[in-house]
Design a protein around this ligand. Structure first.
Ligand code: NAD
Length: 289
């Protein structure tokens, strides 16, 4: 049976570190501040925003919450972002996605000052990441890297073959860039890939970021591989309830994997912790520390 990677414990550890970093920055007279904007009243987004605000409070980061009606125009939202860009007391800006259909997600992301882009989605940060520069990196893939280093050691990824399943801008692509930077050989699979399971079976490291419940079974995994499951899928149970499952068939894969993240309790907690880490990092950079 493979090691069950405890994302909750790893996230708690990271948050403890962030808390210390916040205190150090505060000693220099800077109070790290995160502005979170939510447009509309999507219930899932509402939960995400509340969790982020609570996490910020717990580590001593000041948070500003802006809840705007679904009718907010793109121009109004962009103006809000501009105001926060100009406010030197704000170090991180996050617009909770998805935004209502009449607003361009890309326009919103590009409007955020790259130095305050704690999600790491701005083109400037994406470019810096792909060039291997130190920058604000998307929180979910950054969290996956921390988990991998916990299992494999700081330099333990070097030379390994990593397969990333999924090529989204928020997970798959930045994940591939980070793995490349850690000296992995990287393969990216997606919905058009031929023989995906056979390619995946060659991997020493598998990152699943597809969004389909249990699509990755034991026949996708080489015995001894380390498996990181990013997927969060809500499925209905026979009892008429819902529960969360990953993209990996945990019960089938855990017996052959060297280590594997559960869902929930794996990558999820690392994402929020990563956001807090990015906010302090942004504050330090803006203060010239
Ligand atoms: P997305 O829909 O943007 O991208 C999914 C990717 O999967 C696409 O690139 C697509 O080509 C690929 N794909 C689809 N079907 C495939 C198949 N049969 N074989 C191989 N590849 C296939 O999704 P996303 O935003 O990257 O999110 C992926 C999953 O991760 C979702 O379940 C999402 O909820 C979850 N997620 C979790 C966290 C977290 O904090 N743990 C953060 C972000 C996303």
């Amino acid at each position: 049976q493979g090691l069950r990677i405890d994302g909750k414990a790893a996230a708690a550890e990271l948050l403890e570190q962030v808390k210390e970093d916040v205190q150090a920055v505060v000693k220099h007279g800077v109070l790290p501040t995160l502005a979170v904007i939510l447009v509309g009243d999507d219930p899932a987004s509402d939960v995400y925003v509340r969790n982020k605000v609570r996490a910020a409070e717990n580590v001593g980061i000041r948070s500003l919450e802006y809840r705007l009606p679904a009718s907010t125009s793109e121009a109004e939202l962009l103006q809000r972002v501009k105001d926060l860009n100009a406010d030197a007391s704000v170090h991180g800006i996050l617009v909770q996605m998805p935004v209502p259909k009449h607003i361009s997600e890309a326009a919103v992301i590009q409007a955020i000052d790259p130095r305050k882009d704690v999600d790491g989605f701005h083109k400037e940060n994406v470019g810096a990441l792909s060039q291997g520069q130190d920058t604000l990196v998307p929180c979910t893939p950054a969290g996956c890297m921390l988990l991998l280093r916990k299992v494999l050691g700081q330099d333990g990824l070097r030379g390994l073959h990593a397969v990333v399943v999924g090529r989204s801008n928020i997970v798959g692509k930045p994940m591939a860039a980070l793995l490349l930077q850690a000296d992995c050989s990287v393969t990216v699979l997606h919905s058009r890939s031929k023989d995906a399971s056979a390619l995946c079976r060659q991997a020493d490291i598998v990152i699943a970021a597809v969004g389909r419940p249990a699509i990755i079974g034991a026949d996708w995994i080489k015995p001894g591989a380390v498996v990181i499951d990013v997927g969060i899928n809500r499925i209905s149970t026979l009892e008429g309830k819902t529960r969360l499952v990953g993209d990996v068939d945990y019960d089938a894969v855990a017996p052959i994997a060297r280590a594997i993240t559960p869902v929930p309790g794996g990558v999820g907690p690392m994402t929020i912790a990563g956001l807090m880490a990015n906010t302090v990092k942004a504050a330090r950079m803006q203060a010239g520390m």
